[in-house]
Design a protein around this ligand. Structure first.
Ligand SMILES: Nc1nc2c(ncn2[C@@H]2O[C@H](COP(=O)(O)OP(=O)(O)OP(=O)(O)O)[C@@H](O)[C@H]2O)c(=O)[nH]1
Ligand SMILES: [Mg+2]
Ligand SMILES: [Zn+2]
Length: 289
């Protein structure tokens, strides 16, 4: 029988089949292989006497590490306009992570009630400049969420973003009931009180939602230095026009990406961000050697 793991607790996996949710154990073989079942996995199970065993894991289309979820197809990247303030480096890291995992992303700026129109215009421009659309929402009052609701159809959607941004509030609003714990942002650390910890798939009409704990930092050091340039969609049309094949747009001469930055076709902040991440990756490599 085929199903999807929607939750994992204490060595048990809860597998949703067409009819029901079945508590399953994983077969021992997964311990020896480097492959452990993950929430989101599509699996083949064997059921006898109401007890299930996971026999096989089907190929994953994507694999997120934090939260640990397989087969996510899109991300709502949720940041608050204020309280806590937007950390642009962190936003860019989320976007890179989505690109790296081949996950579509929609940038949702929550708590629109806390910002003036001028402030909204300013951030909108900043984010548009790096090539992404922005959706202003108020998760608490369900304002601006129609488009998000439409986009849920047939997708496994993860909500990611910093702590206190309103991810859990948005999930509760999207599913129209209280499912996730939410909490006030503590004044001292700007972090939500009830930080979301476990990962589970929340079933919706025709798809799944995944909440995630808020992150204040994201490790992207596992990305290959030669792959990083493909995580910047705006580089795409220039990536192969550089003089040197395999140009990583750093110190190489006659680089099409650098030329595009100079001509104002690629945002300067994004390029300098790219270089900073690249240096991080190069440094990491040095340390490993
Ligand atoms: N003013 C305002 N407050 C909001 C809005 N959405 C959420 N909040 C508040 O922001 C706080 C944090 O919300 P959560 O949903 O817990 O945030 P989270 O992103 O899930 O936080 P973590 O689980 O810690 O990662 C709560 O006090 C919410 O009531 C909004 O649109 N406007
Ligand atoms: Mg939460
Ligand atoms: Zn180049």
């Amino acid at each position: 029988m085929e199903g999807k793991i929607i939750k994992g607790i204490g060595g048990f996996y809860y597998v949703k089949t067409k009819e029901e949710v079945i508590e399953c154990k994983a077969r021992g073989k997964f311990r020896h292989k480097d492959m452990k079942p993950m929430v989101g996995d599509n699996v083949i199970i064997n059921v006898s006497n109401g007890k299930g065993v996971i026999e096989d894991i089907l190929e994953r289309s994507s694999e997120l590490i934090r939260p640990t979820v397989a087969n996510v197809t899109q991300a709502f990247v949720v940041f608050a306009i204020k309280n806590p303030d937007i950390n642009f480096d962190l936003l860019n890291r989320f976007l890179i992570l989505c690109e790296h995992n081949n996950i579509k992303s929609i940038v949702c700026l929550n708590k629109e009630d806390l910002a003036t129109n001028e402030e909204k215009e300013e951030v909108k421009k900043k984010i548009n400049d790096i090539g992404y659309d922005v959706l202003f929402i108020n998760a608490k009052k369900a304002i601006g969420i129609e488009l998000l609701k439409e986009r849920l159809e047939s997708e496994v959607t993860v909500l990611c973003g910093p702590s206190g941004a309103g991810k859990s509030t948005l999930i509760n609003t999207l599913i129209d009931r209280s499912h996730m714990e939410t909490g006030a942002v503590s004044d001292k650390i700007g972090r939500g009180k009830h930080t979301t910890r476990h990962s589970e798939l929340i079933e919706i009409e025709n798809g799944y939602l995944v909440d995630s704990p808020g992150f204040s930092n994201i490790d992207i050091s596992f990305i290959d230095k030669d792959e990083l340039r493909y995580c910047f969609p705006e580089f795409e049309e220039y990536n192969h026009n550089c003089k040197f094949r395999g140009c990583i747009h750093n110190k190489e001469p006659q680089c099409a990406v650098k030329a595009a930055v100079e001509e104002g076709k690629i945002n300067e902040y994004r390029y300098s961000f790219y270089i900073r991440i690249l240096e991080e990756l190069l440094d990491g490599r040095k340390n490993k050697w």
